[in-house]
Design a protein around this ligand. Structure first.
Ligand code: NOJ
Length: 771
């Protein structure tokens, strides 16, 4: 494992909290995510800084006043040099005003680093991250995040709290929408792509600093309840939860965010093992860590810190460089240094990477936003084209009985049903920058209803019956700030009227397109659900329109898999569109009408119902696997297998996988090998296949997953065309962290190998590794 020179310095400082530093911070030290030049400048600047100014760099203040939470106006602190960063501010005038205070009025003129959650686009909103992962196309994801970075930078945001790389095995957890799903290999590819998209190969005045979050284990919250404790044994941390984080770190991510929850009884934001032993010592990370919002203060809430001073002490010594929003460092750190509880040299090591980031981002040379450019950059038309392409690439066709799709553009009578069909508010999903904190989005999203309309002749009759909005059951902080009111549930009479209208529209149509799922605020932070049902009266509406006998296509807009057992048997076609973004409605119509052949695949195992969770394909074999006749691992009342497996997705064409071949069937544990497989388009139209490679180690020092993804490629094939795809098979694919050996190993063993279209692929080979 990589151990950097800076880490050696850091270790020395940790050992001498109260004493003087034994190691100088040399300019020749390894650069990490930041340049040697930035290091030199940062060290020079650091020498001029007072204790309060150093602590100031570790303070991130809220740029808006949040009732009951962040109330300090940052102006005075900025002038005193006591604000290193500001978050939750997108008003460019205000950004410039505060930056002027820092650059012109503070003693050392150190610019502020402005951070915001640019998660899936700025004005042009790309599909939500779970959707992007469904594209199985890291290149396009990188392009999208690069585009978002250009927008963000032009609008004064230099730091994004992206990517969220938390593995999620439980759809009840609302934040599953913000990540890449359940798989560490796919998750690592998407993590890498996003870091490169935002930062480029190296940070520059054009790029945006990435922040990998939420370090770590946040997705394993007990019961899927957001913020609840995670209990994750070290082998699972290493083999599953930490892998995408490490991939992001290796891609050069300059910052990490520590998570909110308790990890194995130690809050992640005060967890020395995570933030220092793993991140700095094992991986050699040389960037900086920001806590999640208020998480340093919350060390008290967890019952981990005695008081605010103890929280500051535990946060900083665990390895949190910057305190997001809680002001705990501002109020307590200087005293801790003066009292000798934290050495100034250690403090210096925590300040340094923040200054380095500011230098590499070019903030000292160009601290201000050019207000005259912002609107033109944010309105670039190529963003909409990219958005539409990526959205369509992200959609997963789950069912298509009797080739009901693609639809004809000659259709004359279409009924579009459901509360999400024409909702501009939901199609972009959560975390829309301009939509947050009251700025008001200028993105003009295209709904599915509008997208369908755009595809059909002017005289086609397209009837919209929306139905009541599924109750917004979480009138949380963001909803309150955005002025949303909880929706009262419909009365029995209203329900009857809506059902009658839907039935009538369906009866008068040639086809019904039901657009259903969850409102955008039902997924995301603090939006866990105990059931995965279609909320509100959507299920009733769906059953009513299907009862007319008309063909029904269900388009899902949602941030998590839902319980669609009924639909999976009674509805002709199901298209998972997730929250597809600004051009989402056009992209849905592109797929429905066959202008795009769907090629997205599930990045999660689709549960039948909430009671199946947590559910994931890469589980271990049980004592009595499910297909045995008697004492098996199964439920009495439902099939315990997923409704749709990980990696699944249909196409308007079909593919054949053949000739699965290994260059060597016996390989040394240190060797690299190569797998090849032929993929043929056996249908009549061009389409995209996602070739997936899985392995299983049959025995060893630990039980290994029944299947584990170790390679994938998305390819376009013309009808009849065959491509031979190759995949590396070496240390990266075969190694695992052995709980008994307590290290990363590739073991001599026998392996199964599969290639195919999803995690149930049957094309099989075996190979062997030898010492
Ligand atoms: C809290 C969320 O957990 C985190 O994902 C986000 O980046 C911060 N707030 C800042 O908005």
């Amino acid at each position: 494992m990589k151990k950097s020179k800076r880490w050696m310095i850091f270790l020395g400082l940790m050992a001498t909290f109260t004493g003087s530093a034994a190691f100088p911070l040399g300019a020749d030290a390894q650069a990490g995510p930041f340049s040697a030049e930035a290091r030199q400048k940062a060290e020079d600047l650091l020498k001029q800084m007072t204790l309060d100014e150093k602590v100031g760099q570790l303070n991130q203040s809220a740029g808006i006043v949040i009732p009951g939470l962040a109330n300090d106006k940052p102006d005075d602190l900025i002038v005193q040099g006591r604000v290193g960063s500001i978050l939750w501010l997108t008003d460019v005038k205000e950004i410039n005003r505060l930056q002027h205070l820092a650059v012109e009025k503070s003693r050392l003129h150190i610019p502020i680093l402005f951070g915001f959650d640019v998660i899936h686009g700025y004005r042009t909103v790309f599909p939500v991250p779970l959707a992007m992962a469904s594209s199985w196309d890291p290149e396009v994801e990188e392009q999208a995040q690069h585009y978002a970075a250009q927008d963000a930078r032009a609008a004064g945001i230099e730091w994004t709290f992206t990517p969220m790389v938390d593995i999620a095995r439980d759809a009840r957890w609302g934040r599953i929408v913000e990540g890449a799903g359940e798989d560490p290999y796919l998750g690592s590819a998407m993590a890498r792509a996003q870091v490169l998209g935002f930062q480029g190969e190296r940070l520059s005045p054009q790029s945006v600093l990435a922040c990998v979050k939420h370090f770590a284990g946040y997705g394993a919250a007990d019961g899927g309840r957001d913020y609840d404790s995670s209990y994750i044994p070290e082998e699972l941390m290493q083999n599953v939860y930490l892998r995408p984080f490490h991939a992001a770190e290796e891609a050069g991510a300059g910052s990490f965010m520590s998570a909110y929850m308790d990890l194995n009884d130690v809050p992640a934001s005060g967890n020395h093992w995570l933030l220092t032993d793993v991140l700095r010592k094992d991986w050699g990370f040389e960037g900086f860590v920001v806590s999640d919002a208020f998480a340093v203060a919350s060390l008290q809430t967890h019952g981990y810190a005695r008081d605010a001073e103890d929280a500051a002490y535990k946060g900083i010594t665990a390895g949190v460089n910057m305190d997001m929003a809680s002001q705990t460092y501002t109020r307590n750190l200087a005293a801790l240094v003066r009292e000798g509880k934290v050495s100034e040299q250690y403090l210096d090591s925590m300040v340094l990477p923040i200054l380095e980031a500011k230098y590499d981002l070019g903030l000292f040379d160009h601290p201000y936003v050019d207000e005259s450019r912002v609107d033109a950059v944010l309105s670039r038309p190529e963003g909409l084209e990219l958005e539409r392409r990526l959205a369509a690439r992200s959609m997963v066709l789950l069912r298509n009985e009797d080739h009901i799709l693609p639809l004809s553009r000659q259709l004359k009578r279409v009924a579009v049903i459901g509360p999400l069909a024409d909702s501009t508010h939901d199609i972009e999903g959560g975390w829309t920058v301009e939509g947050l904190f009251g700025n008001g989005s200028k993105s003009h999203p295209v709904t599915v209803y509008a997208g369908i309309r755009n595809k059909l002749a002017k005289d086609a009759q397209v009837t919209l019956v929306s139905g009541p909005e599924p109750a917004r059951i979480y009138p949380g902080l963001l909803d309150r700030l955005a002025g949303h009111k909880p929706t009262p549930p419909p009365t029995p009479q209203e329900i009857e009227q809506w059902i009658a209208k839907a039935r009538m529209a369906a009866s008068n149509a040639d086809i019904v397109i039901a657009v259903m799922g969850e409102t955008a605020n039902m997924s995301g932070e603090a939006a866990s659900r105990a059931t995965l049902d279609l909320p509100g009266i959507q299920q009733q509406m769906l059953e009513a329109v299907a009862a007319t006998g008309k063909p029904v296509v269900l388009v899902l807009e949602n941030g998590r898999p839902l319980d669609i057992r009924w639909a999976s048997e009674h509805v002709g076609a199901i298209l998972e569109a997730w929250y597809p973004g600004t051009e989402g409605g056009n992209a849905v119509a592109d797929v429905l009408f066959g202008d795009v052949n769907p090629g997205g695949k599930l990045p999660i195992s689709w549960p039948r119902t909430a009671g199946s969770e947590p559910l994931y394909y890469n589980h271990n074999l049980t004592h009595e696997p499910e297909d045995r006749p008697d004492f098996t691992s199964r439920y009495w009342d439902i099939n315990s297998k997923p409704l749709y497996p990980f990696g699944f997705g249909l196409s308007y064409t079909t593919f054949r996988f053949a000739n699965l071949h290994l260059r060597k069937t016996t390989m040394g544990v240190g060797d690299t090998n190569e797998v090849s497989v032929d993929v043929t388009n056996t249908g009549a139209v061009a389409g995209d296949a996602v070739a997936q490679i899985y392995i299983h180690q049959r025995y060893g020092s630990a039980s290994r997953p029944v299947r584990q993804l170790v390679g994938f490629q998305r390819v376009t094939l013309q009808p009849g065309e065959t491509k031979t795809l190759t995949f590396p098979l070496g240390k990266n694919e075969l190694e695992f962290w052995s709980p008994q050996k307590r290290e990363w190993v590739v073991e001599p063993a026998e392996f199964d190998l599969w290639a195919g279209e999803d995690s149930t692929a049957t094309l099989h080979q075996t190979f062997q590794t030898t010492q």
